[in-house]
Design a protein around this ligand. Structure first.
Ligand SMILES: Cc1ncc(C[n+]2csc(CCOP(=O)(O)OP(=O)(O)O)c2C)c(N)n1
Length: 355
């Protein structure tokens, strides 16, 4: 499939159109079952409701700075749907739908954004997931390390690492791709190209026409998919995972998408982008597209849509209250999770700070 969608020839994989109809070529590609599509839809609705509720909480002064996901949900939801539950998931910070798909409780995610260290405490055998990574571009290297470790263990687990297109300007990102290419690591690099790195447009981030084509310089395949299309994301990730499991090495997938909301609750995008651009992308909303598909197939009724939305909002509200009820983290928590054995200088700092 990757040969047929070479980004250097200006090709992008797109299967579900904005009206909710699937392209004929879908039959030749990996495709989720009806139950899986419904599951992905519910996950994406929950992510959307939880996202909107988090912004609301921020405005009420109950949630510190929060990163918005609106419009990008199909990328991580489709990707995680296409993987095994024990494949490693290495997120950046805009993968809420993927985290829910992986089974992470919403209150745990809210805990992270609420500033509690326990939000990053993810038992390995339960989630096979690294914590949210805010230092831009740092986590792809961790992903290559994980794939290296899995190979040493003789396992066929693959690793997916997410990052934005802004992260592709970081040196670490290039080191990670280079190493993965040389080692033929079982890593899928998934760039959510939402076209803006805060206020910097993608056109000023790189002179390449696509992010995906950069893969070829590192000796492996890259593909650009419509990131607002669950089916395209699923097909590409599934094929990349099958390839990696068979020892075929890494793949770079660029999910071409758009951030409908602000970068974070501390940002006001009206200062750097025009409303008409946002409105154009609002019509391509991945959730709306999936809803149309499910309605056309008779898998979802109009009244179900409202029902699911309301239940998801109630769940988001309850899960936040659960997170809010927890005590604030202790001073020790700040030191507890980074090192197996605390280095001497940090141990001394902790001692000095103890009341
Ligand atoms: C190493 C580093 N430099 C700068 C920042 C500040 N910062 C946070 S998000 C961001 C933009 C990242 O853009 P992109 O990678 O496209 O991801 P997006 O936020 O659009 O999802 C920047 C510069 C940071 N968190 N880490």
């Amino acid at each position: 499939m990757f040969q047929a969608y070479d980004p250097r020839e200006g090709k992008r994989l797109s299967l579900l159109n904005p009206e909710g109809c699937l392209a004929d070529c879908v039959s030749a590609l990996p495709r989720p079952s009806d139950e899986e599509v419904l599951e992905a839809y519910r996950v994406m609705v929950l992510a959307r409701q939880a996202d909107e509720w988090a912004v609301n909480l921020n405005r009420q002064g109950r949630m510190p700075t929060y990163v918005l996901n609106e419009g990008q949900e199909a990328n991580s939801a489709g990707a995680l749907l296409a993987l095994r539950p024990d494949d490693w998931f290495v997120p950046a910070y805009r993968e809420l739908a993927g985290m829910i798909m992986r089974g992470l409780p919403l209150h745990q995610i809210y805990l992270y954004w609420h500033g509690n260290e326990l939000g990053s405490h993810l038992p390995r055998e339960t989630y096979h997931m690294l914590p949210i990574s805010v230092p831009v571009g740092s986590q792809p290297l961790h992903a290559v390390g994980l794939a290296y470790a899995e190979r040493l263990r003789g396992s066929d687990r693959v690793v997916i690492a997410f990052m934005g297109e802004g992260a592709t300007s970081e040196g670490d990102w290039h080191e990670a791709l280079n190493l993965a290419g040389v080692w033929k690591s079982g890593v899928i690099f998934f760039t959510q190209n939402n076209q803006w790195a805060i206020s910097l447009p993608a056109g000023k981030q790189t002179a390449s026409a696509t992010v995906a084509e950069k893969a070829f310089a590192y000796g492996f395949e890259g593909v650009q998919v419509d990131g607002n299309d669950l089916f395209a994301v699923y097909a590409a990730v599934r094929q990349a995972a099958d390839k990696a499991r068979a020892g075929g090495g890494p793949t770079l997938i660029e999910g071409y998408t758009y951030r409908l909301g602000a970068h974070t609750t501390s940002d006001d995008p009206r200062h750097y982008r025009v409303d008409s651009e946002v409105e154009r992308w609002r019509a391509l909303d991945p959730l709306l597209r999936l809803e149309r598909y499910l309605r056309l197939r008779g898998l979802l009724r109009k009244k179900d849509v409202q029902d699911i939305k309301q239940k998801c909002l109630a769940r988001a509200q309850a899960e936040f209250e659960q997170a809010e009820r927890l005590n604030d983290p202790s001073l020790e928590d700040t030191f507890r999770f980074m090192f197996h054995e605390l280095p001497q200088p940090l141990a001394r700092q902790l001692e000095r700070r103890r009341p």
